[in-house]
Unconditional design. Structure first.
Lengths: 692, 99, 281
């Protein structure tokens, strides 16, 4: 009933006018930047970062203009369509390339360009020593352009274009340190697992076109009711598969932690704040379809709940600061998926959490990058400790992000996460308990692993004092260790974040780690993001600001009905769980010295968590090995069966011809004999016919 | 005696010529065997002309003779040039056109 | 219709003879014998033609076939393969047996066909007028075109025989003496003069360079009395040195100028040659 109402309440789509009529500039600016930097080659090395930052900043400013313009419009006129040109047409298929400007896409535009600008600025400092910085900015611009196409497109094919574009940019950026085998294989893994999801998305689009003959949002959503429930369920499940691939959701979550091999700004922008939320965007964008397919919604909530628990559990066991944050991302996106799967009551909550998460997780990643920057690119938290004294600004911003993430009262996470928990408690008794319980449990686990991370990194003994920086095993320069360094070695020509060149190492190795605060070009974005982390949640959720803003796009926020726990109690319970998780973390990590070496003898839950809850093993066993077997069997079949039949026929004919060839002896008399035989037969036949 | 006997003789001579073509290796002898076959056919042509009471058969035999003369001239010169090139007149030695 | 007794007699005499001739031709190993056996067959056949009221063909058979064509055969046999009698060994496996079986089968088929056919001769006697006259009328009237075509065929055959006879006898290019001289002068300079003979140690092949004997001394015979280009005093010097231990190289070096003189001679020759060419032009 509710679903049907939602479908009927689709907002009217008006034309884009005024400042919005040039909305393509949003996409064109970063695309132009990428084009210039890619094609310009080394000529643009000197000012490449300026181009990169300027284009994204320009997009952001224009996005703000559009946002303000949209705010001035009455609610029902906020959904606007800007057709640009006919992309391609063939028969009954006519695909229009256009932009859809509505509160949902504008929200994402602000997030992408805003956080993107900050991270671009941060990257100027972070990548300052990298000789490929220009290429890095070209790829980042490509990513921003693709992501904007993804969220702004007014049809599924446009979305797909952006979808693949961000996939490509993600692949390129994860594998940015091309000399590092781990990075290369992580990029490949991300690409392949994304393909699985992309196939789902593509199939969903095919079904939509086959059923409705169009792929434009407006028409698809208006005529969604024409499809049968089964078709709708199939479409929504396939869309969910796509979302899982892009957002690192169960069962395709394994690529996201590995993606941390990329530079840290990439982890912050792509693999925390924006691209991985594309799945959430997809579900929210296609909510008219999901509202008609309860099974699809249920699948989304289950995926979200399972993922948030997996991410939180695995996050507790890792020692690598970026991996913990990555699993935290997986877990938080699980929250968002859970929220958008709940239907109208969850869209605003999920998107609010998405925005808040974009702020605090980007801030946390940038903080982690800053820590690594000061700690010779070390990521192992067991080699940190007591850093708060040495990295005060980083510590401050990181703490704000941390508190926001675990849902400390009156910070972002508190509001956004509690809204999700409240929404998930609704529905039937079992469903409410299961989903709400998972969300609450996840909140406690989040507090645990984040507190553990804080304690191991910033508090406790300064374990790094007794240690010397390690060289990563993949370091291509490791072999040439004996080579004496040029005089400028002391300045450090950092070629990438993980690879500290020999010169710097040789310079610092006798003295150990030298934690130092990052330059202001890096700290200022962190501070801005920290402010966002602190205030975004309250700003968005209190008074349902975001809900009201998004109403034209995703429908009105519903009331939670039949909550298994009174919604008024949720903040309290969540806070208690948070304190409980943090307390356990303090008791288990903060009160005793942290061993530098990872303990080998651990209980089975820790072992399982360290092995990513066997996600890779499951993938390997369920998909990779059977795939290999299947391929081998098919290759065998092809070689022996198909080729065998073909080659066998050929060999048979060849052999027979070889035999027949032998009759051509070249002796005229043999031929004459054959002729005589033929004549004999002819005459005999003639006589047999004519004679009575 | 029936004139059929001529035809029988002709048939036997033709068969002898055929066998000769098949078993002899000297190209000139093979050629002579071919001539024998032609002559056998000529005999039957003449016999048919007589049986029909017209001279057309004899004209045919005449033409056969003329053509045979031309054929002998060219055939023998071919044999001669082969012999000059390969120093042999055996038909078995000219077996290059094979598998 | 039956034939006259005389004809029957003639047939029973000539027929077996023709048959024997054919068999003899096939079975005799000597090619000349084969040809003679074939002559016998053809003569008998000519007789049979005459018996069957075809005197023109009979005589043509005897004169043209037996006289001319078989003569040609024997002529070629004498040139080519008189002594090339066939070997007894059959190269092709089963050829003889197969040929015999097939031949007998073929003969049996033909004989059966002829024996089974019902011969109903038209009751027409020989046409009025002579056989030759009637044949001539037929050939020059009804079969005129075919007859003319046979003449073309015979001419073509004669031409073909000539082509085959002269094939492969292309005239080899004759190199004249002047061409040889020109080629030699255009070639490398070492070829202008003649080579030194064996056993002579020479650093150059110019006439002006004296030859050396195996002990290194100048061979007096190689000193020209006409050409004064050879520095007598140098030669004398060389002759004295020739008996010294390591004089060979010295000697050779001393004679380098002579070597160059040889080259100059070559240049002169070249001038000469260009003059020749000029005069030719």
């Amino acid at each position: 009933m509710l679903a049907l109402l939602a479908a009927d309440q689709l907002p009217p789509v008006g034309p884009a006018t005024g400042a919005a009529s040039a909305a393509w500039v949003l996409v064109a600016l970063p695309a132009l930047g990428a084009l210039v930097l890619f094609l310009g080659g080394t000529r643009t090395d000197r000012f490449g970062h300026v181009v990169g930052v300027a284009t994204v900043l320009g997009s952001f400013v224009y996005g703000v203009v559009l946002f303000v313009q949209a705010l001035a419009l009455p609610g029902e006129e906020r959904v606007r369509d800007l057709p640009l040109y006919e992309w391609f047409g063939s028969g009954s298929l006519s695909v229009e390339f256009g932009l859809r400007l509505d509160p949902l896409s504008l929200t994402f535009v602000l997030l992408i360009t805003g956080v993107g600008s900050l991270i671009h600025i941060y990257s100027v400092g972070y990548m300052s020593h990298d000789e490929h910085r220009r290429k890095f900015f070209a790829m980042l611009n490509l990513f921003v352009a693709s992501m904007l196409i993804l969220v702004l497109g007014n049809g599924f094919l446009t979305l797909y274009l952006g979808w693949e574009g961000v996939g490509l940019a993600s692949y390129l950026l994860i594998g940015f340190y091309v000399a590092r085998p781990l990075a290369a294989s992580a990029a490949k893994k991300a690409f392949l697992m994304n393909r699985v999801g992309d196939v789902g998305l593509a199939l969903a689009i095919f079904i939509l076109f086959q059923q409705l003959g169009t792929t434009q949002y407006t028409e698809v959503f208006a005529r969604a009711g024409e499809m049968s429930t089964g078709t709708l369920t199939a479409v929504t499940l396939l869309l969910l598969l796509g979302a899982c691939g892009k957002s690192g959701q169960f069962p395709l979550q394994a690529w996201l932690p590995d993606a941390m091999e990329g530079p840290t700004p990439v982890s912050a922008l792509i693999h925390a704040a924006t691209m991985v939320t594309a799945g959430v965007y997809l579900v929210a964008r296609t909510h008219p379809l999901y509202d008609l397919a309860p099974t699809g919604q249920l699948a989304v909530t289950i995926v979200g709940a399972v993922t948030l628990l997996i991410g939180a559990i695995v996050g507790c066991a890792y020692d690598d600061i970026k991996k913990v944050l990555a699993y935290s991302t997986v877990s938080q996106i699980g929250y968002m998926m859970l929220a958008v799967g709940l239907g109208p009551i969850g869209y605003a909550a999920g998107l609010a959490h998405l925005l808040a998460h974009g702020f605090f997780k980007a801030g946390l990643f940038l903080g982690a990058g800053s820590v690594m920057h000061g700690m010779a690119d070390e990521t192992d938290m067991r080699r940190f400790g007591g850093l708060w004294r040495h990295l005060p600004i980083t510590f401050g911003t990181f703490t704000l992000g941390y508190l926001a993430l675990i849902g400390f009262p009156f910070l972002s996470g508190f509001y956004s996460k509690d809204a999700i928990i409240e929404a998930s408690l609704g529905g039937s008794l079992t469903r409410g308990w299961l989903l709400g319980g998972a969300a609450l449990l996840g909140a406690g686990l989040t507090a645990f692993y984040m507190t553990r991370l804080m304690l191991m990194t910033f508090f406790g003994a300064e374990r790094w004092r007794e240690l010397t920086p390690r060289r990563a095993p993949w370091d291509p320069q490791a072999e040439s260790e004996a080579r004496p360094q040029a005089p400028e070695a002391g300045h450090g020509t950092r070629s990438d974040q993980g690879s500290t060149p020999i010169g710097e190492l040789d310079h610092s190795a006798p003295h150990g780690y030298h934690p130092h605060e990052s330059p202001s070009v890096m700290t200022v974005p962190m501070i801005l993001l920290a402010v966002g982390s602190a205030g975004a949640g309250a700003f968005l959720v209190i008074g349902e600001r975001l809900g009201g803003w998004l109403e034209p796009a995703v429908g009105p926020v519903g009331e939670v009905s039949d909550a298994v726990i009174p919604t008024g109690l949720v903040p309290g319970i969540a806070s208690v769980l948070m304190v409980l998780g943090a307390g356990i973390a303090y008791l288990s990590v903060g009160r005793k010295p942290v061993p530098v070496e990872r303990p080998a003898r651990v209980s089975w839950p820790v072992r399982a968590a360290r092995a990513d809850l066997y996600a890779n093993a499951i993938n390997e066993g369920l998909v990779a090995r059977p795939g290999l077997w299947l391929s081998r069997a098919l290759v065998y079949l092809d070689n022996r069966g198909v080729d065998g039949a073909v080659n066998g026929t050929a060999a048979l004919l060849g052999g027979a011809s070889g035999r027949a060839r032998r009759t051509q002896t070249g002796f005229v008399r043999s031929y004459a004999l054959t002729m005589l035989g033929g004549s004999l037969v002819l005459v005999a036949a003639l006589l047999a016919v004519t004679l009575p | 005696m029936s004139p059929t006997n001529y035809l029988l003789l002709s048939a036997v001579l033709f068969a002898i010529g055929t066998v000769g073509v098949l078993v002899r290796r000297n190209a000139i002898v093979v050629f002579m065997c071919v001539e024998l076959m032609l002559n056998a056919v000529n005999l039957s042509l003449v016999t048919f002309a007589r049986l029909n009471g017209s001279l057309d058969g004899q004209v045919m035999a005449f033409f056969v003779m003329v053509v045979a003369a031309a054929e002998v001239v060219v055939g023998l010169s071919i044999i001669m040039s082969i012999f000059r090139a390969r120093r042999t007149a055996s038909v078995d030695d000219a077996n290059l056109l094979k598998y | 219709m039956t034939t006259s007794t005389g004809e029957a007699v003639a047939f029973w005499i000539l027929g077996p003879v023709a048959l024997a001739g054919g068999l003899g031709m096939v079975f005799s190993r000597n090619a000349v014998h084969s040809a003679l056996w074939l002559v016998l067959t053809m003569l008998s056949l000519g007789g049979l033609y005459m018996v069957q009221s075809a005197p023109f063909l009979g005589f043509t058979q005897i004169i043209v076939y037996t006289g001319a064509i078989m003569m040609l055969f024997i002529f070629v046999l004498m040139m080519v393969g008189r002594d090339a009698s066939d070997s007894v060994v059959e190269v092709l496996r089963g050829q003889r047996v197969s040929a015999a079986i097939l031949g007998i089968g073929f003969a049996a088929l033909l004989l059966g066909a002829v024996a089974n056919s019902v011969v109903v001769p038209l009751a027409v006697g020989p046409a009025p007028g002579s056989n030759v006259g009637n044949l001539g009328l037929l050939i020059y009237q009804r079969y005129l075109l075919a007859f003319e075509l046979t003449s073309a065929l015979i001419i073509t055959g004669a031409l073909g025989a000539m082509v085959y006879t002269f094939a492969g006898r292309a005239k080899a290019k004759v190199i004249t003496q002047r061409e040889r001289v020109t080629a030699r002068l255009l070639g490398p300079p070492e070829k202008y003069g003649s080579r030194s003979g064996p056993g002579v140690f020479a650093t150059g092949d110019s006439v002006a360079t004296p030859a050396l004997l195996p002990d290194g001394s100048v061979a007096p015979e190689s000193l020209s009395s006409i050409i004064e280009a050879t520095a007598r005093e140098r030669l004398g010097h060389a002759t004295e040195l020739a008996h010294a231990g390591d004089a060979h190289d010295q000697h050779a070096r001393d004679h380098e100028p002579h070597h160059e003189a040889g080259h100059e001679a070559g240049h002169e020759a070249r001038h000469e040659q260009s003059e020749i060419q000029g005069s030719q032009a």
